[in-house]
Ligand binder design. Structure first.
Ligand SMILES: O=C(O)c1ccc[n+]([C@@H]2O[C@H](COP(=O)([O-])O)[C@@H](O)[C@H]2O)c1
Ligand SMILES: Cc1cc2nc[nH]c2cc1C
Length: 338
C-alpha cells in the first residue's frame, strides 16, 4: 500500500506516470511498412494496427502469446428484478468456460488465443448500488490489484472480457455518472430486459446515480460506488498492461465502461487500447464516441465474455503477420512505385 495508506493512492500515482508510446519502434515499423510489397496505405487499418503494436510494445509488431482474460463478478443490484437470467448463471457460465462450451472457447480455438478466467468472489455479490456503495475502498483497491496480476503469466496481446449477470446495469450507471444525460440514454436490454424489467433497470440506474451524486467527481469513487469486482479488476488489468507494454483489445459495453473510468482519471490512459467491436447494446456506440475510438468490428454481437475482442484479435494477428512476414519490394523483385 501507499505511504499515506489510502487504498487508491498507488493507482492514482500510476495513472499520473503512465509510459508513452515508443517513438523508435514506431519509426522503424513505418520504415519497414513503406518497403512492403503493396501500394502505400493499401492495407488500410491493418497498417495502423501494426504501427499501434510497435508503438505500445516497443518492439517490431508481433503477436505470439495472445490472451483472453475474462473477469466474472456478481451484483447486489440484481435484487431489483432487472435481468431475465438469475445471478447463479455467472458461476454456471464460469464452469461452461472452463469446460470449453461457451462461444468464447470456440473463438479462442479459431484464432489460437489463450484463455484465463478470473472469478471474483461470486458468492459475495457487491452492495446494492441504489442504496450503498458496491465496494469498500479496500475491497475495490484489492480487486484492482488482483486484476493487475492477470498478465503475470505473460502475453503480448490482452483481450479483456467479462461475465456478470446485472453488469449492463452497472455499466449504464457508470456511464451516466461519467457522461451525464438521462438513464434512458445508457440503459439497454443487456441479456434481454424488456418491458417491466427494463423499466426497473432504468429506475435502478437513476436511483443509484442520485443516491451517490455527491461523490461522483472522483473516477475512483465512481468505480467503487457504482462498479463491481469484474469492473475493478478490468481497470487494474488495463493499467498493468500499460506498464508492462502490452497492447489491449477491449470488448463490449461493460468492458468499455470499466475502461472509461481510467480515461476519466487520465485522458491518455487508454492509448494502448483498441476497441474490438461495437456491441449491439444501444449505449455502446455513444460510450465509444466518448473514448474517441473507432471499433474494429460491428457484427451486432452483444454477448460479452470477450467475444468481440477475441474476434478482433484475429485481425490484429493478421496485421502483425503481414507486417513481419511480407516480402519487401527488393526481396521480391517487385518494382516500387514512384
Ligand atoms: O458487453 C456487452 O456489450 C454486453 C451486452 C449485453 C450483455 N452482455 C453480457 O450479459 C451479461 C450482463 O447482462 P445483464 O442483462 O445481466 O445486465 C454479462 O455477462 C455480459 O457479459 C454484454
Ligand atoms: C447464457 C449467458 C451467457 C453469457 N455470456 C456472457 N454473458 C452471458 C449471459 C448469459 C445469460
Amino acid at each position: 500500500m501507499s505511504v499515506s495508506g489510502l487504498p487508491f493512492d498507488d493507482f492514482r500515482a500510476l495513472l499520473q506516470n503512465l509510459p508513452g508510446p515508443d517513438p523508435r519502434s514506431l519509426v522503424a515499423a513505418r520504415e519497414r511498412d513503406a518497403q512492403l510489397t503493396k501500394p502505400p496505405g493499401s492495407l488500410g487499418r491493418l497498417e495502423e494496427i501494426a504501427m499501434w503494436l510497435a508503438a505500445w510494445t516497443g518492439r517490431p509488431p508481433a503477436v505470439t502469446r495472445p490472451l483472453v482474460a475474462i473477469f466474472a463478478g456478481n451484483h447486489g443490484v440484481t435484487k431489483h428484478g432487472i435481468t431475465p437470467f438469475p445471478s447463479s448463471v455467472t458461476q454456471q457460465m464460469v464452469e461452461n468456460f472452463a469446460a470449453g462450451g461457451a462461444a468464447i472457447n470456440q473463438i479462442c480455438v479459431t484464432h489460437d488465443l489463450g484463455l484465463k478466467i478470473f472469478d471474483l468472489a461470486l458468492d459475495y455479490p457487491t452492495g446494492d448500488i441504489t442504496c450503498e456503495p458496491a465496494l469498500s475502498e479496500r475491497d475495490c483497491a484489492a480487486t484492482m490489484a488482483f486484476g493487475m496480476e492477470a498478465i503475470a503469466g505473460g502475453t503480448d496481446l490482452l483481450c479483456i472480457g467479462e461475465m456478470g449477470i446485472g453488469n449492463t446495469t452497472i455499466a449504464a450507471a457508470i456511464n451516466l455518472a461519467l457522461y451525464g444525460g438521462e438513464a434512458e440514454d445508457w440503459v439497454g436490454p443487456g441479456t434481454g430486459s424488456h418491458g417491466e424489467l427494463l423499466e426497473r433497470k432504468i429506475a435502478a440506474v437513476k436511483t443509484a446515480v442520485e443516491f451517490h451524486k455527491d461523490h461522483l467527481k472522483d473516477p475512483f469513487e465512481v468505480l467503487r460506488r457504482l462498479g463491481g469486482r469484474e469492473i475493478a479488476a478490468i481497470a487494474g488489468a488495463i493499467l498493468a498492461a500499460r506498464v508492462e507494454k502490452i497492447p489491449v483489445l477491449l470488448d463490449g459495453y461493460v468492458v468499455t465502461a470499466a475502461a472509461s473510468i481510467l480515461k476519466a482519471a487520465n485522458p491518455a490512459a487508454l492509448d494502448h487500447c483498441l476497441l474490438g467491436h461495437v456491441s449491439g447494446e444501444p449505449g455502446h456506440l455513444k460510450a465509444i464516441e466518448m473514448l474517441g475510438k473507432t471499433p474494429l468490428l460491428a457484427l451486432g454481437m452483444r454477448l460479452g465474455e470477450g467475444t468481440g475482442a477475441a474476434l478482433a484479435a484475429g485481425i490484429v494477428k493478421a496485421a502483425a503477420a503481414c507486417h513481419s512476414g511480407m516480402a519487401t519490394f527488393e526481396q521480391a523483385g517487385v518494382s516500387a512505385g514512384t
